[in-house]
Design a protein around this ligand. Structure first.
Ligand SMILES: [Fe+2]
Ligand SMILES: [Fe+2]
Length: 274
């Protein structure tokens, strides 16, 4: 059994520091095996924001696997943005931008979906390249078949059910097909500041609550689920409270339980709120 905390979109610079403080306590008391942080540590990739993020991470007792968000690439220093876009992330958050965490039950692969530029006006959208997909495929082909497989990226791979037009990472469909073939059980992301879980193939949802519990154990028939975390501590909220996910992996099955900030404490979401 493994327990993960999935936090996202901290946005230091626009973070509620009281909620941040409570999150440190909550994460340290739940003592997960791993904390997955799916990007947007800062608001504007400023050094002081990254220093706040680093101080926050330093206080967490559990290991952290992090990926870059679009807000973690500086929009103010264009030369740096083009020449060394992940320099601040590497310095303050984590040396590598595509980390892999593995033990004898679980493998978690981080992929970078944030880009320094794009052939369109808005550079905040995410992309995944064929090379990155091949890389995930290669790593998972070499991993023991018994490991539960998780991929983490900042940008969403499926939109929320109530907003099918929300933009997903470029090449999401192709990536999902590759991940399914490689036996991935969960894709964890953020960016939208909205929490939801969706199966890639909703037509085969079984007796369990759709989108909350994965219902298949074996790697071959594992059903891929996309899990989005809301914003853990930022004040940039989109109609939802601050939130993060607690993910339990046991006997090849994943259970996702969102935890919401109620203004004074972290608590479970109301039944059916997902
Ligand atoms: Fe964000
Ligand atoms: Fe983002």
């Amino acid at each position: 059994m493994r327990r993960l905390a999935h936090i996202s979109d901290l946005h230091f610079g626009r973070a509620d520091m009281a909620v941040a403080e409570a999150l440190v306590d909550e994460l340290n008391s739940m003592a997960p095996d791993l904390i997955v942080a799916s990007g947007d540590f800062t608001q504007g990739a400023r050094s002081r924001e990254f220093r706040q993020a680093a101080a926050f991470l330093k206080r967490l007792a559990a290991p952290v696997l992090a990926v870059v968000g679009n807000h973690d690439i500086t929009p103010y220093h264009l030369l740096e943005r083009f020449l060394d876009p992940y320099a601040r992330f590497r310095r303050y958050i984590q040396p590598g931008i595509e980390p892999v965490w593995q033990d004898d039950e679980l493998i978690v692969i981080g992929i970078n979906t944030a880009r320094r530029m794009a052939p369109e006006l808005n550079w905040s959208y995410g992309r995944i390249s064929q090379g990155q997909m091949n890389g995930v495929e290669r790593i998972l082909a070499a991993a023991p078949a018994s490991l539960y497989r998780i991929v983490v990226g900042h940008h969403p791979f499926l939109p929320p059910a109530w907003d099918e037009d929300a933009r997903v990472v470029m090449r999401a469909k192709r990536a999902i097909a590759v991940f399914e073939r490689a036996g991935v059980g969960l894709i964890l992301s953020g960016h939208l500041h909205r929490g939801y879980s969706r199966f890639v193939k909703p037509e085969v949802v079984g007796e369990e609550v759709a989108g909350v519990k994965e219902s298949s154990g074996a790697t071959a028939s594992r059903r891929l689920m996309v899990v989005q975390a809301g914003s853990a501590i930022s004040t940039r909220l989109r109609g939802e409270p601050n939130a993060f996910n607690v993910i339990t992996i046991a006997r090849g099955r994943a259970t996702v339980e969102p935890r919401l900030w109620n203004g004074a404490a972290w608590g479970p979401s109301a039944a059916g709120a997902q």
